[in-house]
Design a protein around this ligand. Structure first.
Ligand code: FE2
Ligand code: FE2
Length: 193
């Protein structure tokens, strides 16, 4: 009887030292998320800069779209800050590097946006790789939201490039696009609600 019980609950009889307890975030992943917070803030600053350049070119609606993007990137940083707090890790803020301040055209700005988002996707994938190495289920779960978010970010940027290429030098088309992008609303991302 006692033996049966022992066998039934054998999983609980494994000494703790024999179980790999991955309940804490690794120092490597905490550092990588800290670095990503800086990258998200840099993204925010980049989009604010693009917004200023486009505003100066007279496209106030597109400038507004980038201002919303600036808010979104700050939200991404805030989500990561909250996660490190939840994992009892200190957030260490690094300086934000300078950003480009002028682009040769609206299309060039859109193209840089797409290229930048692809880079960010690679960074998020790298965080996922570390979480996988660590067998850190909580981090993998947390990062899944960012994986989905990057699919959306790349799709949006690709859409802008496609539309600007179709419009070309047609000013009427640009004015319509400016009006459309000017209607963008900021929505608090789900993890911050
Ligand atoms: Fe982001
Ligand atoms: Fe982004």
């Amino acid at each position: 009887m006692l033996n049966d019980l022992r066998q039934e609950h054998s999983a609980f009889l494994i000494p703790h030292s024999a179980l790999k307890l991955n309940t804490m975030i690794s120092k490597k992943l905490a550092k990588a998320i800290n670095d990503q917070i800086n990258a998200e803030m840099w993204s925010a600053y980049l989009y604010l800069s693009m917004s200023q350049d486009i505003y100066a070119k007279g496209f106030h609606g597109i400038a507004h779209w980038y201002k919303v993007q600036f808010l979104e990137e700050q939200a991404h940083a805030a989500i990561m800050i909250n996660y490190l707090h939840a994992q009892d890790e200190k957030v260490v803020l690094a300086p934000i590097a300078k950003v480009q301040t002028s682009w040769k055209s609206v299309l060039a700005t859109f193209e840089d946006t797409l290229a930048h988002e692809k880079k960010v996707t690679a960074m998020i994938n790298n965080l996922c790789d570390i979480a996988d190495e660590d067998k850190d289920r909580a981090a993998a779960n947390f990062l899944a939201w960012f994986i989905d978010e990057q699919v959306e970010e790349e799709e949006n940027a690709r859409d802008l490039v496609r539309q600007a290429k179709m419009i070309g030098d047609h000013i009427g088309g640009m004015i319509m696009l400016d009006k459309e992008l000017g209607a963008r609303e900021y929505h608090t991302p789900a993890p911050l609600k």
